[in-house]
Design a protein around this ligand. Structure first.
Ligand code: SAM
Length: 197
């Protein structure tokens, strides 16, 4: 892993679970849900899910786990998460098994986002929910964000417009697509999308 990526992983916003917390206000899942967190990164968001849903089965997937903290170092709920190394384009799970899939600050990293949305739709049960949180492509910081990420983190970084999120989600089979911004921050940097499989 690039040294810069290690430095970025230590910055406060890379350790924050606020994007998960806000997004989860807009989804309903059963207490014993099966939850998949794609792009688990350091694992903090995945661990957060186990605290919010103590009875749930939470699985974190990432291409690589060299920055991921071990469960002992993560603040997990009573049922620690399971981490699986896999490419989100080819998820190693059967169809229709998850109640919720989260893609938090991961969509902009994906070289094949449409393929991933189709794969997410496949593993979600009918009526299951996708929660996508990422940089809002209408924000003026979109370009500087892309430049910095491409230079230091990943050449694949690309931030998309909400209309593109919506179109690709619909093409993948999702419906009831809704967008959310933080109250009072309609022009904020982050955007959340909730869609039903
Ligand atoms: C910025 S991190 C997001 C971490 C976490 N979700 C959070 O918000 O704290 C994005 C993660 O997506 C992972 N990633 C990128 N492409 C992927 C793919 N095709 N399949 C699985 N994970 C991928 C990267 O390895 C990275 O750890």
């Amino acid at each position: 892993m690039k040294p810069w990526a290690r430095v970025f992983a230590r910055l406060p916003w890379a350790r924050s679970t606020r994007a998960y917390a806000f997004g989860l206000q807009h989804v309903r899942v059963p207490p014993r849900a099966r939850i998949l967190d794609i792009g688990a990164g350091q694992g903090r968001g995945t661990a957060y899910l186990t605290r919010v849903f103590p009875q749930a089965l939470v699985v974190g997937v990432d291409l690589r786990f060299d920055t991921c903290l071990r469960n002992a170092a993560l603040e997990t709920g009573p049922r620690p998460p399971v981490f699986v190394q896999a490419d989100a384009r080819h998820l190693p799970f059967a169809a229709d098994v998850f109640d919720l899939v989260t893609l938090v600050m991961t969509f902009h990293c994906l070289p094949h986002p449409r393929t991933v949305l189709r794969e997410v739709h496949r593993v979600l049960r009918p009526g299951g929910v996708l929660l996508l949180a990422d940089v809002d492509g209408r924000h003026w910081m979109r370009r500087p964000f892309e430049w910095v990420e491409r230079a230091f983190i990943s050449p694949n970084t690309r931030v998309y417009q909400p209309t593109t999120w919506h179109r690709w989600a619909s093409e993948a089979g999702f419906n009831q697509v809704r967008f959310h911004k933080r109250p009072g921050r309609s022009r904020g940097f982050m955007l959340w999308m909730v869609a039903e499989a």
